[in-house]
Design a protein around this ligand. Sequence first.
Ligand code: PRX
Length: 642
Amino acid sequence: MTSKALDTLLKEERTFKPTPNFIKQAIMKDKNIYKQNNKQKFWEGFARELHWFKKWDKILEWTPPNAKWFINGKTNLTFNCIDRHLSTWKRTKAAIIWEGEPGETRTLTYQELHREVCQFANALKSLGIKKGDRITIYLPMIPEAAIAMLACARIGAPHSVVFGGFSSDSLRDRINDSKSKIVITADGGWRKGSIVPLKANTDEALRETPSIEKVIVVKRIGNEISMTKKRDLLWNDIVKTQPYDCEAEEMDSEDLLYLLYTSGTTGKPKGIVHTTGGYMTGVYATTKWIFDIKDSDIFWCSADVGWVTGHSYVVYGPLLNGATTLLYEGAPNYPDNDRFWSIIAKHRVNIFYTAPTAIRSFMKFGKELPQKHDMSSLRLLGTVGEPINPEAWIWYYEAIGRNNCPIVDTWWQTETGHILISPLPGITKLKPGSATIPFPGIDADIVNEKGESVDAGYLVIKSPWPGMLRGIYGDPERYQKQYWSQYKNWYFTGDGAKRDKEGYFWLLGRVDDVMKVSGHRISTMEVESALVDHKVVAEAAVIGKHHDIKENSIVAFVTLKANIKSSTDLTDELKNHVVKKIGSIARPDEILFTAELPKTRSGKIMRRLLRDIAEGRALGDTTTLADSNVVRRFYVEGYTQR
Ligand code: PRX
């Protein structure tokens, strides 16, 4: 965040109290909830509301950095998401409402979802899948994505969902790291009227994925695809003859539920490990209290299932609560810039949860677009993924919420599994730009390098919480180093934060080399590795430059090998190379060619300096620079911008 943005944020003094009408209907309105001091008992209360085949013997075992929750408890997440509701009136209620980008809709009741999930789970079993086998899901936002996840969880086969916008190389690496046996994909998906060639990408990835035995293909588009005999199977073909019921596997509370790859500070994405009982409890609790979710609600979280938000608050959280969750396949601005508002009006959405980047791009189109639609069904709004600037918050509040919907600004991470810092909408006074205070049961603090509580510093979580990651898949050392080496027994989030006089948390963004581009997490090192993979690149340094809408834009400083000349064509080629290696979300916005990169005496690239250069600020302290001429050269010679 730039210092200008920070200044505006911290000068924000407007506050918004919950209205009497909202309080009257809120699930949680008792302020004393923040005073409870037994965090374990607090979480246990939520676990008790769910179904367990066998109750736990003990709530928590904490041997830092390894936590276990609900020891020896046996449960099944899918059973809790679906079967639990089948003996109630909810059996015939809509579990999923889906809208495709071209405009078609499909609604699945809980009973129908049960059947679809069981049939697909049986199909997986018929292919030899057993508890513990990993399955990669590379699908567009179609009901089959949720069905596949729920089927995996039902039989205890951990899923690894890979966002459909990732390239074949990224898919390959994630399949190989997880050693998945099956990949589930589609012939394609719609995005802004174009087909995302998911099957073709999968075929490309599968050239180097020895663990894959079968590919299951959903026919979403009906386009021509190539099918490899014996290996590739159509979803409909393998499902249609399967029985309608499939017993839910009794999972130990600590059995692996899913892996989800996210960017860290190195070039290699890490497989975040989530297990069953604690994750289920944390997601259930936070959905219930933060989104104040009721039986009559239609809940729309606009995230893709390829991200953690899609796991926790598109699929698992709403279904655990027996709510109706809306899935939308396509782009927010297709066919027009008001697509989101037309979806809210058409389906009478009550709770809407999206990212600040989306809000900022809608702001650009003006208030007139939402005003064209009847959005009076909305009762509550939410944001996630990046800090929201007060201006965007206020716009969201006025233009979308009609001054009538609280906004829950929710802070969390892929690693945390569920929301940790957020208002409770029936209790908390809101301040635009602040995620407010930790959820009850969460022990968050802001500390300096010495670990002392301060008003501006690093955000840490001081005791374990149920949905926390249990590790990085196959890499316990990296887990320890990444999150637990900065402070003894406290979880290091990688975020900077400030605390105001009332104890509110103001998140300030990452303090490491992780960028946030349109809410997506991308490591500078990943983009650098992709660039140096190109034959003409000698060296590359990547930074996230402040961007008014996307939070960060990606700027790459590139040194070419001897005798290679920079050109517009080369710029495009390098950008495309990054897209091929990672995916279009990582396409650099700018490439700056330079004769040399500024480094410290120990050889570390001075990213702060590069950021200053990219953002056009005066150069900061350059006294540690090995060759101060390099900086001069940026301005004077060898530096061309494309
Ligand atoms: O920097 C924080 C930012 O997003 C990071 C986590 O990214 P990811 O694992 O992709 O998960 C995003 C969705 C949960 C955090 O380290 N972040 C997330 N929510 C907020 C936020 N920054 C400020 N305010 C938020 N509400």
